[in-house]
Every structure is written in structure tokens, then in C-alpha cells.
Design a protein around this ligand. Structure first.
Ligand code: AMP
Length: 408
């Protein structure tokens, strides 16, 4: 469906066309008319589906209809600073031709950032995109005026609950007018999200877009490896596939991130690491260089797997299997964003096989196990037990059955 069939005004349509979007994604098709109609919304959608535009376009349309105002009418609450910055950037793009202002409010900056955020919060910036902790610190200072909030959006609600933000969010909501439109987005719809949503949303419409499955365009495959084979395998994947211009490697721990960077030759080989241990400014610089393709290989923890939108990542490598099966979907979702294709490879050691098997159940597909390059020797065998009691059996299969991973 085209955006002009969804009820969005000409100036916003013009910005959409400048962004290069031709037709609406399924979540946009379903969510935009409901939001324009003023309904509360509970949406289950993973990143990569176009959910940011799904909630921000109708809001910008509504705000632009009012003309220039200096009241804060929209609050978007998100789990991480990177996501806050990214959503703020999208808002700036979509509101290029209309008088709508926005500001990202997040922690980790210096005194100048605090002043800038304070000014934005006290001078009636139309849309505030904030992480809960930092917003609460500002709210407690007494200069924030949220009397005119009409729209509350909670993005990545499941991650916010995981990160323990529930009390902060409750406190923030106590500062908002009771009458408002609420939109809640979550990648998963576990019972606790439903309970949380029930407390906040009023008679919401519900939308669910392909839960817990990586986008269609991702080619997924896995290597069965012993730990000592992982770094040589990474080197081989990165060196032999020059056509992959943008590679993202995930590791479950911060410590491992920098071990991998060192083992891969760091700056010498255009490999950088990012984790919450870096200063905010450094994190931004690393991300900027990666987004602009100056850095070819980025090694990251799961903080980056949620929500962060980097275009044209060709290859995602899971150096280890994520602790939570849902994180696999998020990691893999970093490639093949909205209609493109990409490759996602996972390195599985014997300890992680059972965990990976759970992931395969979650995504309802078996991920092909492919052969290690000959020079690395034999990998371990695939060994898992079925957790389904009726079918309890051990099966062991010689892992490798192809000899080269599939390309784009
Ligand atoms: P999101 O799920 O909001 O993180 O969006 C994922 C990516 O898809 C972002 O790079 C968006 O800019 C892009 N995107 C969103 N909507 C569309 C669309 N209708 N057509 C093409 N790309 C889109």
C-alpha cells in the first residue's frame, strides 16, 4: 500500500519520499490508520519491520495539522540512548517540511548536554524521546511541563521491563495527564507485558507482526566449532569475503568484545568494539564510523542488537549463542532490514548446542550447519536432546553438510 492511501498529509508524504520509502510495511499499513483514528495500540513487532515510522508518522501528521506550537505533546520512552538518538533522527527527517520540533533526552553526556535537554524540556519541544532514568532526573527538578502531553509511546517495552525500568516508567506516567493516546510496542508479548500494557492502555487495538522470527531476507547458517576454532574462523570469514563491506559481530559479554577486537587485529584491520564500558561520546563516534562504512567490522554486545538501525549490514556473526533466544532474533534482525537481504552466521560450541536448539524451536526452522574451512580441522558433532517429552530422544548428526556458506 502507498503512504498516500493511509491518510497522511502532503508535507509528511514529501519527507517520506525523500527518505526513499515507496510503500508502507505491514506494521505501517495496520498501525497508521488506527493511530490517526485516535485509538490506543498494543503492537507486537520486532525491529526491522518499520515500526518507528509506524508510530511516528501519524503523530507528526497530527502535530503538523495543529501548526506551530510550543507545547510538549508527545513523549516517546525507549530503553537505550542509542535508540533515543536514532528515533530523534528519524523524527527530524520526517518533520523536515513541517513545524514539529524534537529532542532526545538520555544519560551519559556532560553538563552541556544536561543544559540542552533542560532547555528543550522547559521550552515546549513538541516531541521528547527519552530514556526513563534521565527523564526522571529532569522531572524531579521541577521544570518539566508535561501538562499538555497527548501522546505517550513506549517503544521496546519488553526490553524496558528486562532492564528494570518499570518503577521509573510508572513515576513518569504519574506526571502525565490522564487523558492521552497511548501506544505500546514490544518485540514479545509475554504475560508480564500484557499486564503492564493493561495498566497503561485504554481499550487498545492489537496488532501482531511476525513474532519471534527473523525477517524473510536473512540467510541463516551456523558453524559447529570448538572454542579455539572461533577466532581463526572469524578471521577466515572476514578475510575471504571482501564483498561483505559491513560486518557486525555479537558477543554476549563486554569482556569478550574487546578480546575479539584485539584478536582480530583491531584498528590495523578496521575492526572496532562497542560496549557500555565506553564513554557515551566514544560510543557515538564508533557507531558513526560504522554507519558511514569507515569501519568495516564492529564487535558489540546485545545492547546494540535491539532497535539500532544501521543500513546495509551484509553479515551478522554470532560469536556465541545469545543467552536469551529472543536476542537471536534481534541480533539477526540487524541485517536484511525492511526488504533487503543479508547473511547471519552463528558459531556454536558444544556447550551452546542445546541453547541453539531452543532458538531453532522459537524461530520454527532448522538453521543449516555448514562445514568449517578445511584448514581449521574438524568441528564437534551436533548433539542435542529434544525437550518435548513425547518425543524424547537423542539425536546426533555429523554437523557439516555443505562446504561453503551461502552468499547474498
Ligand atoms: P525500524 O523497524 O523502525 O527499526 O525500521 C527498520 C528500517 O526500515 C529503517 O532503516 C527504516 O528507515 C526502514 N523503513 C521503515 N519503513 C520503511 C518503508 N516503508 N520502506 C522502506 N524502508 C523502511
Amino acid at each position: 500500500m502507498k503512504f498516500n492511501e493511509l491518510g497522511i498529509g502532503d508535507q509528511v508524504l514529501e519527507a517520506i519520499s525523500y527518505m526513499g520509502f515507496e510503500k508502507a510495511t505491514p506494521i505501517q499499513e495496520q498501525a497508521i490508520p488506527k493511530i490517526l483514528a485516535g485509538k490506543d495500540l498494543l503492537a507486537c513487532a520486532q525491529t526491522g519491520t518499520g515500526k518507528t515510522a509506524a508510530f511516528i508518522l501519524p503523530i507528526i501528521h497530527k502535530l503538523s495539522d495543529k501548526g506551530q506550537t510550543d507545547t510538549t505533546s508527545t513523549l516517546v520512552i525507549v530503553p537505550t540512548r542509542e535508540l533515543a538518538i536514532q528515533i530523534d533522527q528519524q523524527i527530524q527527517g520526517f518533520s523536515y517540511f513541517v513545524p514539529v520540533s524534537s529532542m532526545a533526552v538520555y544519560g551519559g553526556g556532560d553538563g552541556d548536554d544536561w543544559e540542552l535537554q533542560k532547555n528543550a524540556l522547559s521550552s515546549g519541544t513538541n516531541i521528547i524521546v527519552a530514556t526513563p532514568g534521565k527523564l526522571l532526573s529532569h522531572l524531579q527538578m521541577g521544570y518539566v511541563d508535561f501538562k499538555s502531553i497527548e501522546f505517550l509511546i513506549l517503544d521496546e517495552a519488553d526490553r524496558m521491563l528486562d532492564m528494570g525500568f518499570i518503577d521509573d516508567i510508572d513515576k513518569i506516567i504519574s506526571h502525565l495527564p490522564k487523558k492521552r493516546q497511548n501506544l505500546l510496542f514490544s518485540a514479545t508479548m509475554a504475560q508480564r507485558i500484557k499486564g503492564f500494557a493493561h495498566d497503561i492502555l485504554q481499550n487498545p487495538d492489537e496488532i501482531s507482526i511476525s513474532i519471534s522470527k527473523p525477517a524473510e531476507g536473512v540467510l541463516q547458517a551456523a558453524y559447529l566449532t570448538f572454542n579455539e576454532q572461533k577466532i581463526p574462523l572469524l578471521r577466515s570469514l572476514i578475510d575471504k569475503n571482501e564483498e561483505y563491506k559491513s560486518i557486525l559481530i555479537f558477543s554476549s559479554t563486554k569482556k569478550k568484545v574487546f578480546e575479539i577486537v584485539r584478536a582480530m587485529g583491531g584498528d590495523r584491520n578496521n575492526v572496532k568494539g562497542i560496549s557500555s564500558d565506553l564513554e557515551q561520546k566514544e560510543r557515538e563516534e564508533v557507531l558513526r564510523n560504522y554507519k558511514s562504512k569507515r569501519t568495516r567490522v564492529l564487535v558489540a554486545t546485545d545492547v546494540l542488537s535491539r532497535g539500532i538501525d544501521i543500513k546495509d549490514i551484509n553479515l551478522v556473526i554470532n560469536f556465541d549463542v545469545p543467552k536469551q533466544a529472543e536476542d537471536y532474533v534481534h541480533r539477526v534482525g540487524r541485517t536484511a532490514r525492511a526488504d533487503t537481504t543479508g547473511v547471519a552466521l552463528s558459531l556454536i560450541n558444544p556447550d551452546d548446542m542445546q541453547k541453539f536448539h531452543h532458538i531453532e524451536k522459537l524461530i520454527e526452522r532448522e538453521v543449516p550447519k555448514i562445514a568449517l574451512p578445511k584448514e581449521l580441522g574438524e568441528g564437534p558433532e551436533w548433539k542435542v536432546h529434544s525437550t518435548n517429552r513425547n518425543k524424547r530422544k537423542n539425536f546426533s548428526r555429523k554437523g557439516p553438510h555443505h562446504n561453503k556458506h551461502r552468499k547474498k
